[in-house]
Design a protein around this ligand. Structure first.
Ligand code: SAH
Length: 254
């Protein structure tokens, strides 16, 4: 019997964000693989083995889970948010492309989850109401010059920009550089949303104009959404402002 590998998105935070499909995939698993902090979010089930790993060993972790599944077991690999967004699903596909033929015969399921960008956007209003893009600021897997080029072109093209991996201990200055670059293309009042640990008990949200956006507002658990020139703030009495991007651009039909 050939085995099964489910690459499961856990959503941004606590169990409220698990989809029914994710719950079923986790319940059906003989073994669960994942980066330690994500694995800790999965309730322990008797008889289910758990395999925690370091965040930087994606391909090795994918290979171990695929081998385990190929031995005829039902294996789940967990990711925060959505597994296809800067996460394990692509590493698993890459391992399958280059790995043994037996891995291609496996029943492979990618189970989507609520990605951080959507959770932060929902908490702020509707900043992704018009065209948007997502860029990881991590230059582990691509050169910084390419990130700068994408930021400049995205801002110039009028995309709202979601920034994943805004900072890390190894990259303390890059978010500040990104804001400085974006300020050359966008008005100083452009809303910038900092969503930290959204969906968890200690989550927080802040909205500041681009002119005041500082790298100190973000850490590794923060998702940053930089508005476009069309993104607006709606003030409300006793409540935080709504941030939204109208669905129509100038020249479009209402
Ligand atoms: N697969 C994940 C993203 C992994 S990259 C997803 O779909 O959400 C890791 C980055 O995601 C972090 O540096 C941060 O920018 C963002 N992130 C993940 N969880 C978050 C949360 N609960 N709140 C805010 N940002 C989060």
């Amino acid at each position: 019997m050939s085995g099964r590998l489910a690459v499961v998105g856990l959503g941004p935070g606590d169990a409220r964000f698990l989809t029914g499909e994710a719950i079923a995939a986790l319940e059906a698993a003989d073994a669960v693989y994942g980066y330690g902090p994500y694995l800790e979010r999965v309730p322990v089930r008797p008889g289910q083995s758990r395999h925690a790993s370091d965040n930087r060993e994606e391909l090795a972790r994918a290979g171990a889970a695929l081998d385990h599944a190929a031995s005829g077991m039902s294996v789940a690999m967990v990711s925060g948010g959505d597994p296809g967004v800067f996460a394990m699903a692509a590493a698993v596909c890459e391992a399958v492309e280059h790995g043994p033929a037996a891995w291609r015969a496996l029943d492979l399921a990618i189970v989507p989850g609520v990605t951080a960008m959507l959770a932060v956007a929902a908490a702020a209003g509707a900043p992704l109401g018009h065209d948007f893009c997502a860029i990881s600021l991590s230059d582990n897997l691509k050169p910084w010059a390419l990130i700068e080029r994408r930021l400049a072109l995205a801002a110039e093209a009028g995309f709202v920009i979601a920034l994943y991996n805004p900072v890390s201990r190894a990259r303390p200055t890059q978010l500040a550089s990104a804001f400085a670059l974006l300020a050359r293309h966008l008005p100083p009042v452009t809303p910038v949303i900092f969503g930290r640990a959204v969906g968890r008990a200690d989550g927080s949200l802040a909205v500041v104009p681009l002119a005041d956006a500082a790298a100190q507002h973000a850490d590794m658990a923060t998702l940053v959404i930089v508005g476009s020139a069309l993104t607006r703030l709606v003030d409300r009495p006793g409540r935080p402002p709504l941030v939204y991007t109208p669905r129509s651009a100038p020249g479009g039909n209402e």
